[in-house]
Design a protein around this ligand. Sequence first.
Ligand SMILES: NC(=O)CCC(=O)C(=O)O
Length: 258
Amino acid sequence: MKVSMIQYDIVFGNPKENYKKVEQLIKQAVDSKPDILILPELWTTGYDLNRLDEIADEDAQDTIKFISNLAEQYTVNIIAGSIAKRMGGKVNNTMLVFNSTGKLVHEYSKAHLFRLMDEDKHLIEGNSKALFSLAGVLSAGFICYDIRFPEWIRKHAVEGAKIIFVSAEWPKPRIDHWKYLLIARAIENQCYIVACNRSGSDPANVFGGHSIVIDPWGHVVEEASENESIVTAVLETELVDEVRSKIPVFEDRRIDLY
Ligand SMILES: NC(=O)CCC(=O)C(=O)O
């Protein structure tokens, strides 16, 4: 399986400009014939949370139409990062997953809100699971701060997820946490990690890039620099079963103790 991560500099608070930019980047990315494309967190608005009244996507309708058309046009599965989705006056940070016919197959709203970037003041947390099947592989998709909660990721690995996708806007000052947390999640869950961060900056933060693909042994398969880039990697999903049978950590858990 081939995956491409679209690490780009999100235009602050401007969904129209971000749609234009993402259309160009997706057109570029499909040249390397990936099975799955992934975008960063809150890619239509960035962290312009004070203006969500104006710029959140009502019921995600604009984004669903936009990404669904691109997925169908290029026959590619798209994990459309996350967007600010308004429903009934409340806004979630929601990941949207489309298959290669353009069908929306899964939605997940960020379960852990990140107070340091004021998410708790503007957004509501999600309550649903992150598991989905795409391109024939059982996977799970999380959003940024979620990766600091190993129990949440483990729950999905135990239920069979072989690839953990992550969309993020992770700031540069903690980019070492980003890398080490993701390597730890790959090793402890014996799965692939495909994690797409943004690059560039907004009025409050500089973001760290370094989108990354990690294999089930914890080895880095591909890693971006800090700059805008599209990074493609090949995943050998059989490796997940191989590692899980060699060191059967899921079976060896002491669920009677913890
Ligand atoms: N957008 C986020 O959730 C950022 C999380 C983060 O920076 C962290 O250190 O955790």
